[in-house]
Design a protein around this ligand. Structure first.
Ligand code: DNO
Length: 419
């Protein structure tokens, strides 16, 4: 055991275009993955968990974090057979705990998980990253989805600019944009049409933020005891981006939200996935302060930066650039880990992964990644930079200038005061 956080990569399972062998060569030792083939709401079979775990182990890696066990729409809206689905979630936790996998990431974002408008945003160095442009999203809402009342969620300027933005896209570009918004992101890769999507949104017509918070509280009240019994720690992923989209309530965007969620069930098993790329979109989120105040409840770490743009948009910057002060974040995390160990939790070990990466170098010659943002060369750059950062920060916490005992002095040199 050393003072460093363990270093991991996300892997999307056997269908991922990046292999476990390749991940091993990035220097990662741990894996975040999930049984993506099991539909949301169903229990994960113990045999399938064991099989996936063995596959990861055979590559010399350890599956230490589940990302994610999805929370079904039935559970979030408390409709249909949500009770049975919550029981299934508990069963999955029990089985994961029995397999020795102790951290489970999940999210409580309604309908859609994360949202971007550009998947191939060209950066100055020729690499490509992901971007969110509120004007382009307004164009989608106004001209494709035609959501009633959407104009209330944008400034008059954004709403106006949306018209020019839509006009600048040809038919193919519009179709591609609609497809990527409905169908490409995790949680919504279901072959949805605009009509399906509208129906999914309609289920939230009577669910405001307060009601969704209550649904989360009831969910936690049911699953945290199961997690405790299984020796599993839950890690709630923040909203990405951390504000309301599509008129939907989003309840995990600010530090106040985190405080509220953690107080819903006071247990170490009710914890957080600390994602700097999500929380960092808001300038009013004090990232290092969140670690200092809530570190004991952080169980999984996603490190990524964003560059906040004037006008409310952002793009994903290199991991050590952009608006996120990554050295301050890493220092806060390493201090948190060290202080926990001093208070007796010698087993305390945070696990980080670089979240997303640019498409660069060989990424352009490879098949597209399993999910936008999950190219191998770009993430390897991110991991390599974060590894260097955490080693440097950790070493400076201990001190570089450790006195070395002088065993013998060069010929002719005498110790001061010696004979
Ligand atoms: C995006 C990811 C999210 C995350 C889920 C966790 O790259 O960070 O999709 O996995 O929100 O449930």
């Amino acid at each position: 055991m050393n003072n460093l956080m363990t270093e991991a990569m996300r892997w999307f399972g056997p269908a991922d275009t990046v292999s476990l062998g390749e991940i091993r060569q990035t220097g990662a030792t741990h894996i975040f993955t999930a049984l993506h083939e099991v539909p949301a709401g169903e229990a994960w079979p113990a045999a399938a968990i064991a099989e996936r775990q063995a596959l990861v182990a055979a590559a010399g890696l350890t599956w230490s974090v589940v990302e994610s066990v999805p929370v079904s729409e039935a559970i979030k809206t408390r409709t249909g057979d949500f009770g049975r689905q919550i029981e299934n979630f508990c069963t999955t936790l029990t089985r994961l705990g029995a397999a020795g996998i102790e951290v489970v990431v999940y999210n409580f974002m309604p309908v859609i998980d994360w949202v971007r408008t550009d998947l191939q945003f060209r950066l100055a160095d020729g690499s490509e990253g992901l971007r969110y442009d509120p004007v382009k999203f307004a164009a989608f809402e106004r001209f494709a989805l035609q959501r009633t009342g959407a104009e209330r969620d944008y400034t008059a300027e954004q709403w106006r600019a949306a018209e020019a933005c839509w006009a600048s896209l040809d038919e193919a570009a519009r179709a591609a944009f609609i497809h990527q918004t409905l169908d490409l992101f995790p949680g919504v890769r279901l072959g949805l049409t605009l009509a399906d999507f509208r129906a999914m949104l309609a289920r939230y017509a009577t669910i405001d933020a307060g009601r969704l918070q209550e649904h989360l509280r009831l969910f936690l009240a049911a699953v945290v005891p199961a997690a405790e019994a299984a020796g599993v720690r839950l890690a709630l992923h923040p909203d990405d981006p951390p504000f309301s989209v599509l008129g939907l309530p989003r309840i995990v965007s600010t530090e106040d939200d985190l405080r509220r969620v953690l107080a819903m069930v006071e247990s170490p098993a009710n914890g957080l996935c600390y994602c700097t790329g999500s929380l960092g979109v808001r300038a009013d989120n004090d990232l290092a302060g969140i670690v200092r105040r809530w570190g004991s409840r952080i169980h999984a770490v996603h490190l990524r930066s964003v560059e906040r743009e004037p006008g409310g948009g952002f793009f994903e910057a290199n991991h050590l650039e952009g608006s996120v002060d990554m050295p301050a974040v890493v220092l806060a995390l390493l201090k948190e880990q060290a202080s926990r160990r001093q208070t007796g939790r010698v087993d305390w070990q945070l696990c980080l992964r670089p979240d997303h990466g640019h498409r660069l170098l060989d990424d352009f010659r490879r098949p597209p990644p399993a999910c936008p943002g999950y190219s191998i060369a770009g993430r390897m750059r991110g991991l390599a930079e974060l590894r260097g950062l955490q080693r440097g920060v950790s070493r400076s916490m201990i001190g570089f200038a450790e006195p070395r005992p002088i065993e013998s002095l060069p010929e002719g040199v005498t110790r001061k005061g010696g004979t």
